[in-house]
Design a binder for this molecule. Structure first.
Ligand code: BTN
Length: 339
């Protein structure tokens, strides 16, 4: 089922926003009714609907209502309420299931006049990864999010966008959710040595101009790796599996959207290059590790020494020379697999 209405304007989302704003305090039915210009009976029936969708509320006579528990999967009205709480206004398309959120953005690009916009889903049937690989997307405890952008930038900058977003996300998610995520070049988020997120940037380029930029991220939040294919369990995990605590998936998804929008704004204003190497170095999983791979068909090896200001990996070779490796120019093999 697809929902592409304006969630922030609907009544459920507005009621949820009022409750999120109230936090642990009660908010009276009268206050909600007055703010939203609807009757108290109408509020009651919306709350009943939300209860059926997995919310629980506490209702106390003369005090009002407060939100007790939220659904453990993406709920578009709640996500929209969290986005509004963070002052983010952008078109949001929610799909219970889709082939790939990146593909959906590509289709929407032809008739979405307003960019940026976001497509988010709880399940993908043809999730795509880098280098033509697939991205396992069966687990609705995880999220699949893609953005449609139309940046006015030269094509040469695209390769720097994902390392920049990855570094920003790593930094802000660690801070907000008290995690210890690391970065693995070019754009993986690693938690206790295993991958919890991958990013895929795709674009159409006209001569010397970026026509559009589609940026997708898969984030393993509350997924259960024990249900994933065996080979993925070796290399991937979820935040819940590592910490033994479940995360508020709607709040975290809203934060991810917020941080990606913020990273995008800084990127198009050219306020990223001076910060990228030092930000990356705080969370660099590969730093000082020996890596081996192929530059085209030529085997290379060396010690990872952080990032350049354009997001290229600095590789110190055994002969003492420093190689700068751009995304896409290299594939790595054991002992450290990069892509
Ligand atoms: C990788 O190979 O590490 C990149 C994985 C990117 C997966 C995300 S999930 C949302 C978006 N839709 C897709 O089909 N792929 C990206």
């Amino acid at each position: 089922m697809s929902h592409s209405k304006d969630f922030s304007q609907n009544i459920n989302s507005s009621i949820l926003l009022k409750m999120l704003e109230a936090g642990d305090s009660f908010i009276s039915g009268n206050d909600i009714a007055n703010c939203l210009n609807i009757s108290r009976v109408s509020i009651w029936s919306h709350l009943e609907q939300l209860r059926r969708e997995g919310f629980t509320f506490e209702a106390v006579r003369n005090r009002g209502y407060r939100l007790l528990t939220q659904p453990s999967v993406i709920h578009p009205d709640l996500l929209a309420a969290y986005l509004k709480l963070n002052n983010i206004e952008l078109p949001l398309i929610y799909l219970n299931e889709t082939d790939s959120t990146n593909s959906e953005v590509e289709r929407q690009m032809t008739y979405q006049t307003q960019t940026p916009f976001v497509v988010i889903s709880s399940k993908q049937t043809k999730g795509r990864g880098r280098h033509g690989r697939s991205w396992y997307s069966e687990d609705s405890g995880n999220v699949y999010i893609s953005f449609g952008f139309k940046p006015d930038l030269p094509p040469s900058l695209i390769k720097s966008f994902t390392p920049w977003v990855a570094a920003q996300l790593c930094h802000h998610l660690n801070r907000e959710f008290k995690l210890s995520i690391q970065l693995k070049w070019p754009n993986d988020l690693i938690f206790k040595g295993k991958k919890i997120s991958g990013m895929l940037a795709e674009s159409h380029i006209d001569a010397d101009h970026i026509r559009d930029l589609i940026f997708g991220i898969g984030l393993n939040i509350n997924g259960n790796p024990k249900t994933w294919p065996q080979e993925l369990q070796q290399i991937g995990t979820s935040m819940e599996a590592i910490t033994n605590a479940s995360f508020n998936i709607n709040k975290m998804s809203a934060s991810v959207i917020f941080y990606i929008m913020e990273s995008y704004d800084l990127f198009i204003k050219n306020q990223w290059q001076a910060y990228l190497p030092s930000l990356w170095s705080k969370y660099d999983f590969l730093y000082d590790k020996h890596v081996e791979g192929f530059h085209g068909t030529v085997p290379i090896k060396g010690t990872a020494k952080g990032l350049s200001d354009t997001g290229a990996l600095k590789l110190l070779q055994e002969n003492g020379t420093l190689l700068l490796l751009d995304i896409g120019e290299i594939s790595f093999s054991a002992p450290i697999k990069i892509s």
